[in-house]
Ligand binder design. Structure first.
Ligand SMILES: *Cc1c(COP(=O)(O)O)cnc(C)c1O
Length: 414
């Protein structure tokens, strides 16, 4: 190569590939983002030792990656668990949990009020592999007792439930599960480790859809399971072979998000309580569902096992679906969006969106009437939120007065 005259220099393809590869990131204060599929080995022996697990170390990002590992360690620490395994999404985590633990001939006992896709995952896929799925009412301890038996490997529940915030007695259900030799997994998406520590109440595993409150800004999908080192190593086996892995980029975003998790959770919970108390004074509201309200049937249990009540609430409007839709359409600040756990407030009509696959009868028995509206409270100024909701109520009331007047006029004209 002739290096004397710059313009005659050959393009160095090898340099483009290799220069800068060994840069040292060890003094960066923020976690570096390891966007890499593979890793280099110091020697052939080093590769052999890491592949066979004789030495710890990264082999391939499908199952270990330093950025993902940093996220796993941080969330494990926050949940008070030995270890964690991160997945591509919350559903990936639930699928991984089932794949790792369940075998043909066993059963899984699950609360009926879980996230809709969790229910579809169990019903549509687990059954095909010879695993029986038993659904029970979250609040009915006798039902848990009746359904968990010696063939139960896994018990799965979500508390508080979405959208009507029923509370499961996690301690009691863990005692029932453990007495029969079953493992308990709790989906802690709704409260996060800021407000609830299921491991302390007896849960063997804690599951998160990390794209909700943990990310908190609606930008990254991921899931994570925490538990003992032995259980997490079984889950890592699933990651290694089935590949439902968390992207390093998403893990990097989530590491950043965890730094502000507590501040965000405290804020949405205090706004949610204020709004819940304000909503129950509204003429068009028949009932408010929020475990922070003293009239919530399980308020005492919630206060015992939680450190806060979270940012999600729902309420039932008089006038059914028509009124609920009218109210939702009148909102200007709150976004019409079926997600939860975002910094921005969101509203959903569960009966026609998240729970539309249920039959009307199933929705009634799950306590999801047509007039139900769900709010995921964000970080906006509380006054602005209250004004937006109040204006929407005023519009529905105005519409109602208008239509009753037109009925009156039609009556007069005839
Ligand atoms: C969203 C959600 C899930 C599924 O998580 P994804 O990341 O969307 O796959 C599971 N459980 C709960 C409680 C959820 O809200």
């Amino acid at each position: 190569m002739d290096h004397d005259t710059p313009h005659s220099r050959d393009f160095d393809a090898s340099a483009a590939l290799h220069v800068g590869r060994g840069e040292d990131f060890s003094d960066t204060f923020c976690e570096p983002l390891a966007m890499t599929s593979a890793y280099t080995f110091a020697s052939a022996r080093d590769a052999w030792e890491k592949f066979t697990g004789q030495q710890p170390g990264n082999v391939y990002s499908r199952f270990t990656n330093p950025t993902v590992r940093a996220f796993e360690r941080r969330i494990a620490s926050l949940e008070g668990a030995e270890d964690a395994a991160a997945f591509a999404s919350g559903m990936g985590a639930i699928a991984g949990l089932c794949q790792a633990l369940l075998s043909q001939g066993e059963n899984i006992v699950c609360s009926r009020d879980v996230f809709g896709t969790t229910l579809s995952a169990l019903r549509n896929y687990m059954g095909r592999f010879g695993v029986e799925v038993r659904l029970v009412e979250l609040t009915d301890l006798d039902a848990w007792q009746r359904n968990i038996d010696s063939r139960t490997r896994l018990v799965l529940l979500e508390s508080p439930s979405n959208p009507v915030l029923k509370i499961a007695d996690i301690g009691e259900i863990s005692r029932i599960a453990h007495a029969k030799g079953a493992l308990l997994a709790v989906d802690n998406t709704m409260l996060t480790p800021v407000f609830q520590s299921p491991h302390c109440l007896g849960a063997d595993m804690v599951v998160h859809s990390a794209g909700k409150y943990i990310d908190g800004q609606g930008r990254a999908l991921a899931g994570v399971v925490t538990g003992s080192a032995a259980l997490i190593s079984e889950l890592r086996g699933v990651l290694r072979t089935l590949g439902i892995s968390c992207s390093p980029f998403n893990a990097w975003l989530l590491l950043k998000s965890l730094e502000t998790l507590e501040v965000r959770m405290q804020r949405v919970a205090s706004s949610a309580l204020e709004l819940a108390q304000w909503l129950r004074e509204q003429a068009l509201v028949e009932a408010v569902y929020y475990s922070g309200l003293t009239e919530h049937p399980q308020h005492a249990l919630a206060c015992r096992q939680q450190r806060g009540h979270g940012g999600l609430l729902s309420f039932r409007m008089s006038g059914g679906q028509a009124a609920a839709w009218q109210w939702i359409d009148a909102l200007q600040l709150v976004a019409r969006c079926t997600n939860i756990g975002d910094t921005r407030s969101m509203v959903t009509h569960p009966a026609t969106t998240t729970h539309c696959r249920l039959t009307w009868e199933e929705r009634q028995s799950a306590g999801i009437p047509d007039g139900l509206v769900r709010l995921s409270v964000g970080l906006e100024r509380l006054d602005d939120l209250r004004c937006d909701l109040a204006r929407a109520f005023a519009e529905v009331e105005h519409g109602r007065r208008h239509s009753s007047l037109s009925v009156l006029y039609r009556g007069l004209a005839s």
